[in-house]
Design a protein around this ligand. Structure first.
Ligand SMILES: [Zn+2]
Ligand SMILES: [Zn+2]
Length: 445
């Protein structure tokens, strides 16, 4: 079937996203031959996000996305893929190990039956990955990142966890007893791509498709914090799993998005990791080993004396009047953050393009720079007191990287303006830090 493969194009990624690839064009003998559909879909993600913005503006007169929330979601998406610079995905590595050592049968890689069976098999396993991610607190600590936005738009789809990938692989291993890794490598990507476009409020109802497929309507419920939405609609591509296993809920009341207890921050390290600390602190308030352990392995809403999944009466309801978190920051600061975000996005893109020719040390250094930048921009959006000093230090790192050519501008003609902008940024934050310091000294006097 690989012989009949059409060259990968943007159109291929769009079709992969809408389940329109055929076994003939997307079956491969070797894992190495499988296209990186997700990575190549970046222009499609950007195009659809812009389309959603324009259609949303025309339809409702307001923007479906805010800069603070949208950038936080995109930052989470970037962070979640950084481990791929250092290693092959955990899911595929573990899968190949089980296939190599323990497979029971070897279904033919070039059969359409194998291809369709893998599509359904991966989606079935995804249902359980997702359900466990909600019902086991230590797994929820990773997955809550995806639910932490109080908005629901295509940027929310990219708000992914850094740590979830280190546990989700376990759930796919039974498939490795019979289904070839190369076909699994195709479907693990198709499953992820499909789930991008369902994160929108603009598509209201898809008629008879709602019976079988996970749709924007069903997934909106999954992101809701209304009591009727909690722990419902776990499906990836198919909603039939929820209908079969009793976790389906139709969309009825207006959905209020986000976590039951909102995190109230746009700072990316807190978004990714805060819940691990919360769990640790909560477990320390319990006396018995059994209660301490239960904090991690039972549901996030479990309390001593309550059932494994917690008690619905303990969960706060919604009023419909909830005010979503936004930053009250000036327009020039918004422009500043957007420009620096685009610059780090370019460095991120450049790093993935050139990872084969860079040393491990250079890759680690650039990962550190990306994390520092996203954290610092989060500090600015949150308007934290430390923002000025952190951003000043980050600008020093940027100037140094420019000097040693570790940071290239998107085009040669942008080299001088970029350098000037970074130098001015450094100057601005140095003045801000200095005046802050003077303010503190005056207060102390
Ligand atoms: Zn979820
Ligand atoms: Zn989602």
């Amino acid at each position: 079937m690989a012989e009949a493969m059409v060259p990968s194009s943007m159109f291929t990624e769009v079709r992969a996203m809408f389940l329109m690839l055929t076994p003939t064009e997307a079956s491969f003998q070797k894992v190495e031959d499988v296209p990186r559909y997700v990575q190549q879909a970046t222009p499609v993600f950007v195009g659809l996000m812009l389309l959603e913005l324009v259609v949303g503006l025309l339809k409702t007169g307001t923007s479906v996305v805010t800069i603070s929330d949208g950038l936080t979601s995109l930052s989470a998406g970037m962070i979640s893929r950084l481990p791929h610079l250092l290693m092959r995905g955990c899911e595929l590595t573990a899968y190949m190990y089980v296939w190599d050592h323990y497979r029971l049968v070897e279904l033919p890689w070039d059969s359409a039956w194998t291809w369709w069976f893998t599509l359904v098999g991966v989606d079935f396993c995804y249902y359980w990955v997702h359900r466990f991610a909600h019902e086991v607190a230590i797994l929820w600590a990773a997955h809550q990142v995806h639910h932490s936005s109080e908005y629901y738009n295509l940027t929310t789809a990219l708000r992914q966890s850094l740590t979830q990938q280190f546990t989700s692989w376990i759930f796919y291993l039974p498939l490795a007893l019979a289904l070839p890794p190369s076909i699994f490598a195709v479907h693990i990507q198709i499953n992820l791509l499909y789930q991008f476009w369902i994160h929108t409020e603009l598509i209201r109802d898809l008629g008879p498709l709602e019976w079988i497929f996970n749709t924007p309507k069903h997934h909106r419920v999954h992101h809701g914090r209304n009591p009727y939405c909690l722990d419902k609609n776990y499906g990836g591509i198919l909603i039939i799993w929820d209908r079969l296993f009793g976790t389906f809920a139709p969309e009825t009341d207006k959905v209020i998005y986000g976590l039951v207890f909102p995190i109230n921050t746009f700072e990316i390290v807190s978004v990714q990791l805060h819940y691990y600390l919360d769990l640790w602190e909560r477990s320390n308030t319990y006396k018995t080993i059994s209660d301490k352990l239960s904090t991690f392995i039972k549901s996030p809403s479990w309390k001593p004396g309550k059932p494994r999944l917690g008690d619905h009466v303990d969960k706060p309801g919604v009023t419909g009047e909830e005010v979503r978190l936004d930053s009250s920051w000036s327009l020039p600061l918004q422009v500043y953050v957007v420009i620096h975000f685009l610059l780090v996005l370019w460095t991120y893109h450049d790093l993935f393009e050139n990872k084969m020719i860079l040393s491990q040390l250079a890759i680690l250094g650039l990962i550190g720079y990306i994390l520092l930048t996203l954290t610092s921009l989060g500090f600015i959006i949150d308007q934290r007191p430390m923002a000025a000093v952190l951003e000043m230090l980050r600008c020093v790192v940027m100037v140094t990287m420019q000097r040693y050519s570790y940071m290239k501008p998107p085009s040669l003609s942008l080299a001088v303006p970029t350098e000037a902008f970074v130098s001015l940024s450094l100057l601005y934050w140095a003045v801000q830090s200095f005046s802050q310091l003077l303010g503190i000294k005056k207060k102390a006097d």
